[in-house]
Design a protein around this ligand. Structure first.
Ligand code: SAH
Length: 365
């Protein structure tokens, strides 16, 4: 694998670490690339938008956060209007989703009055941007879910779980091997190291790659256990799939273009597709309920995206209306984010929560 000609500062440091300690896991590589305090991708930059590397749903349109805000009010109502309650967001990026959500919830002022709002963010750079986007609200920040206050909670996470590190295992004739990152001729390359202790799926073909998202599973287990005990919901939106057999999904994006995950260490976004089936299994094992998965398109349309778009566009000129229609298409269209992105809702067992179908498949009322 050819890496860019001039290694990034983080690539130099990782190469020195590999020379000293040997090949590192993909998870260690991802963690350094995204979260290294000095050179990690999220630590040093604001990656969102046209001038950045990629665009997320809240940055496409205010309608995304507004609809989630209205959903949160409905959810709070179904939880029995607890006061106080925790309103948290994991990995809030620029703070746009929360700002749009809170604008929509102003229709029910008791909601924000009862909310203890906490943002979970590891990047000081992004936390500073969130501080200015949300300057009108009373908010606290933490760096980890362990520091969240207890009690009933509504927890939001958009494109958070896809940024958490995975390990990769490859099925060889002789057994499972772990894919690690090493250096050859001054560039990073993958290396397979025997992993006799890995308990991978049985009966799979040689060459099958399995990704294990231990950090994501640990976080969802903690939050599911909390929701089961104290009441509440976690709404996780991400791109991913609902089943086995998806193999390798690690990908890198820089300036809106796909690049090799081994190039531009710390200067490209690294993500994986979320394995929702495994997350849902972890949720159930922790005593909470995982409602049937919806696609982002189904979810937003059921929350009234078209109606919201119509009202937003009313009285505006043709180009503003065309921009709103394009945003609807990007958020909910089958070919855009509507199908690939999924919505997982984790709840206290027995809580019916529109627009999710109940487990019998009948829409909740
Ligand atoms: N939700 C935002 C941003 C998504 S990008 C949006 O939709 O636009 C991922 C976000 O998660 C960034 O804010 C990043 O700094 C944060 N993040 C990544 N790993 C994290 C971790 N382990 N703990 C907390 N935040 C993390």
């Amino acid at each position: 694998m050819i890496v860019e000609e001039r290694p990034t500062p983080l690539a130099l440091r990782l190469a020195a670490r590999i020379a000293r300690d040997g090949a590192i896991t993909i998870a260690d590589y991802m963690e350094a690339c995204l979260g290294d305090p000095a050179h990690g991708y999220y630590m040093t930059r604001d990656p969102f938008g046209v001038a950045g590397d990629f665009i997320t749903a809240p940055e496409i349109s205010q309608m995304f956060g507004e609809l989630i805000g209205l959903w949160a009010v409905e959810t709070w109502d179904r939880l029995g209007r607890p006061a106080p309650f925790l309103l948290a967001e994991l990995g809030p990026g620029r703070g746009t989703l929360m700002a749009d959500a809170l604008r929509a919830t102003r229709l029910v002022p008791e909601f924000e009055a009862a909310a203890q709002i906490v943002l979970v963010e590891t990047s000081p750079r992004l936390a500073a941007i969130q501080r200015s986007s949300l300057a009108d609200h009373s908010i606290r920040w933490t760096r980890s879910i362990e520091e969240l206050p207890g009690g009933p909670a509504i927890i939001l996470a958009n494109e958070f779980f896809d940024a958490l590190p995975v390990r990769q295992f490859v099925r060889l004739a002789a057994g499972w091997a772990e894919r690690r990152v090493t250096t050859t001729e001054g560039a990073f390359a993958y290396q397979l190291c025997p992993a006799p202790d890995f308990a991978g799926p049985t009966g799979v073909e040689e060459g099958t790659i399995v990704e294990i998202a231990s950090a994501a599973e640990a976080i969802i287990e903690t939050l599911a256990a909390r929701v089961a005990k104290c009441g509440g919901v976690l709404l996780a939106i991400d791109y991913g799939h609902d089943g086995a057999g998806y193999g390798e999904t690690l990908q890198a994006v820089r300036q809106h273009q796909p690049v090799s995950p081994l190039a531009f260490a710390g200067e490209a976004d690294l993500t994986v597709h979320v394995d929702f089936a495994r997350l849902a299994a972890a949720v159930r094992a922790s005593g909470a309920e995982a409602l049937p998965l919806m696609t982002q398109g189904e979810f937003l349309l059921a929350l009234g995206l078209l109606d919201r778009a119509g009202r937003l566009g009313a009285g505006k000129d043709a180009s503003a209306q065309a921009a709103i229609a394009a945003a609807v298409e990007r958020l909910a269209g089958q070919e855009a984010m509507g199908h690939l992105f999924k919505v997982l809702c984790v709840t206290t067992p027995g809580l019916a929560l529109p627009p999710f179908p109940s487990r019998s498949g009948v829409p909740a009322r």
